[in-house]
Design a protein around this ligand. Sequence first.
Ligand code: SAH
Ligand code: SF4
Ligand code: F3S
Length: 446
Amino acid sequence: MKIFIETYGCQMNVSDSGKIVQLFADLNYQLTTESRAADLIIINTCSVREKPELKLFSALGRYIPLKRKRPELVIAVGGCVAQQWGEQLLERCPGLDIVFGTHQLDTLPELVSSVRDSRKAVSSTAFRMAPGGLEVMARPQPQAVSAMVTIMQGCDNFCSYCIVPHVRGREYSRPSPAIIEEVSRLADAGIKEVMLLGQNVNSYGLKEPGEISFAQLLGRVNEIEGIERIRFTTSHPKDMSDELIAAFASLSKLCPSLHLPLQAGSDTVLKRMGRRYTAASYLEKVAKLREIVPDVALTTDIIVGFPGESEDDFQQTLKMLEKVGYDQIYSFKYSSRPGTKAADYEDMISDDEKRERLARCQALQDSISQRLLKAQVGKVSEVLVTGPSKRGAGEWSGRTRESRIVNFSKPSSPEVEIVVGGLYKVSIIKALKHSLKGEVVADGNP
Ligand code: SAH
Ligand code: SF4
Ligand code: F3S
């Protein structure tokens, strides 16, 4: 049997897709990249904005007709759109067999066999105390250097624009021993870098009596032999504790890069977004962090055109980009999500206005990103090699501890052997648009 899977949305979804593939690999399914050859097609969806949500319907338009030639084909939709629409999706999309929610990942094999037996479409989207499937451990890809480990799921913050708490359920932290075991297994399989995942990792463990804090969890992961680098995402600025900031100084493997979603620079907008911090308190946390880790590279998420955002409010966002100096931003036009508080707000911003603000925001950021990349030229960075460079020409590709992409060549002499997963000292010689170019320094062996 063959399984084909298409994934939209965040890293959590990418990680979930890995778990689904693992569940079916245990049942002797093989992964295929050819939808026409598949016996089971899975679409793992995202509803954070309208655009990714719409991708589901064009995907179904491609895959449902395949059933004419392959009547045994089973098509399943999972993830956040599945959670949101449930059975209604089955009504709207004849030919779709299974809708499975974000807490039902582990029941998918049963749902598939029930559809095969009865040929009746099913929907299963109940929330559970602990989301099912969190303990399924995907085997890393051969040659993989990094792996993602989900440490918590769900969100209790209910930012007024956001659908995530509605579709992922309440915050749930996995027991720390299970996380440590998973990271140890990954290290044994040759993984060098772990990315700890959750919608709001800073509040890890706070709801579970007796559980360790997120900073303590990082401390435990730091002790695991074989792991060289630790990253995590996403952090909510309001929960960025002093204990976590201090961890950046005390934990040798914790990388100096942090994704800290700002969303907007205006306090009025932040308040209406329900973010529970101000521009000033955000800057204070950044200053504290930079005091401890001066070279920390920051990235962020920005929403432009939130309902009621004035030109002056928007200018405050641009000011924050200048003040913080992010390496990179992920910026989006506000998209109204059914069932969220902000969907009922007045003063919606026109699409033209949003587009124009987004373009200005991105143009400013491009110049900031370029300035920061250029400032790297002349420095020597530690690079973890992820593989040969896509541009070929005998070059290798990897990332610095700050998560900047570096393509580099070897010196002709002395001979240095480059291995995937190895750490090398690389001298940065040039800044390109989104990456750096470098050369391994003479004593660059791991
Ligand atoms: N848990 C993370 C990520 C949430 S979703 C966090 O708290 O930051 C990823 C990003 O999508 C958000 O940071 C936000 O910038 C964006 N986003 C969420 N809802 C949105 C909406 N309705 N319209 C536009 N962007 C949105
Ligand atoms: Fe959404 Fe806010 Fe939760 Fe992030 S913290 S997932 S933006 S509700
Ligand atoms: Fe999208 Fe769900 Fe992630 S809405 S961003 S896939 S949590």
